[in-house]
Design a protein around this ligand. Structure first.
Ligand SMILES: Cc1ncc(COP(=O)(O)O)c(C=O)c1O
Length: 393
């Protein structure tokens, strides 16, 4: 039944039950840690998955279930697992697909904590990490060996907006029987659905556009493989314990209602800001997939329904000038995170990506002076005015 509706409708109604309890228009928040049973045989039947039901909120909860199913619908998956944060989702998915002796191949530029998990944490468990430029699929194919189990990347990548060809990476993975995991945080399912290109698992920091209001942390993993999701939920999320709270799931459901609306406004603003920056004499480089002379433009047009609202740029005067701009801005806030209604700016090398080896930043596609903007939904004229005055340093 969900198939007949447009994305915007599914953001509001997707996977809804016929009625919420007491015919409430909106789902109640099931703030309960546990659920009681009529008798032991019912408890056993539910615990053995012979009967539908809830046991304990670290394993499942009706508010979480609705959020998971809605996200699965929006990503064109079959099922999903909600997590306490994006990093809980990413680390649990990687642990679930890898074992000692394996290696994972990751794109050279990753969100800072994902970089740390792949490069520092997994090797402690005898899982190697190889860093490759995924914009050159041949290099990915060349890096695969008999122990490779997973290919992992973000597209567009945080923070340099590199666009990676999901279909080509999936084709390479299928030829070697590898799993492909895509972090879809920047694009959201509104602009890009990696499962439709054959990816095995999509992960999100739901803290960002999915929540949309900068007031809750969350993560989610979606797949078309129901058995995998069952394993991820009960053998990893539930056992490692990185569960989303029912209140956060409710905030995510509330945020999702306006995902399409917000993404259209975010993107319209971003396009205008990117063009403004490109024309500014003090700006030396603008990275935005919606600019025709950006390296990922054509691929973004092919695999995305829009270009998103993350922009990175460099200015004349390097690090010192970049720091000045960040502190001269008045409306635009200097803060990590992204996808909020508020426009945020940051210096990835010093903030979100500070744990990269600083002496090797350029090897991983970063520079110390790069500024990253998460374009919000304010009036774009006000944003341009703020950037104009900050750039008059
Ligand atoms: C692309 C990307 N993935 C994952 C994360 C981690 O998400 P969280 O902060 O919800 O753990 C972030 C956080 O900024 C991110 O930008």
């Amino acid at each position: 039944m969900d198939n007949q509706y447009d994305f915007d409708t599914l953001c509001i109604h997707g996977s809804s039950p016929a009625a919420h309890p007491l015919n409430a228009l909106n789902p109640p928040i099931f703030m309960t840690s546990t659920f009681s049973f009529a008798d032991v045989s019912t408890a056993k039947a539910i615990m053995n998955f012979e009967q539908e039901g809830f046991i304990y909120s670290r394993g499942n909860n009706p508010t979480l279930k609705l959020f998971e199913q809605r996200l699965a619908t929006l990503e064109r998956g079959t099922d999903a697992v909600a997590f306490a944060s994006g990093m809980a989702a990413i680390s649990s998915v990687l642990l679930s697909l890898l074992k000692p002796g394996n290696n994972v191949i990751v794109h050279k530029t990753l969100y800072g904590s994902s970089f740390t998990v792949a490069h520092n944490l997994l090797p402690k468990y005898d899982i190697d990490c190889k860093s490759v430029d995924f914009t050159q699929p041949k290099m990915v194919a060349a890096a695969i060996d008999g122990n490779t189990a997973v290919l992992y990347f973000e597209t567009p990548a945080n923070p340099n907006l590199a666009v990676i060809d999901i279909e080509q990476i999936v084709a390479i993975a299928k030829a070697h029987n590898l799993r492909v995991v895509v972090d879809n945080t920047f694009a959201t399912p509104y602009f890009q659905r990696p499962l439709s290109f054959g990816a095995d698992v999509v992960v999100h920091s739901a803290t960002k556009y999915i929540c949309g209001h900068g007031d809750a942390l969350g993560g989610v993993a979606v797949s078309r493989d129901k058995d995998y999701i069952q394993k991820l939920k009960f053998d990893y999320m539930c056992e490692l314990g990185g569960v989303m709270s029912p209140f956060n799931a409710w905030l995510m459901l509330r945020g999702l209602k306006t995902l399409g609306l917000r993404m259209r406004q975010h993107e319209a603003n971003a396009l205008k800001l990117a063009r403004f920056l490109q024309a500014h004499p003090k700006v030396t480089q603008v990275m935005y997939p919606g600019l025709p002379d950006f390296a990922g433009y054509e691929l973004a047009q092919k695999q995305m329904g829009g270009f998103g609202a993350m922009i990175s740029f460099e200015v004349q005067g390097g690090l010192e000038a970049a720091q000045k701009i960040a502190s001269r801005l008045q409306l635009i806030q200097l803060a990590v995170s992204l996808g909020d209604c508020e426009t945020l700016i940051e210096l990835p090398a010093a903030m979100t990506h500070a744990r990269y080896p600083q002496e090797k930043l350029s090897e991983f596609g970063l520079s110390p002076s790069l500024l990253r903007l998460s374009v919000g939904v304010e009036c774009v004229a006000d944003l341009i005015h703020d950037l104009e005055q900050a750039l008059a340093y």
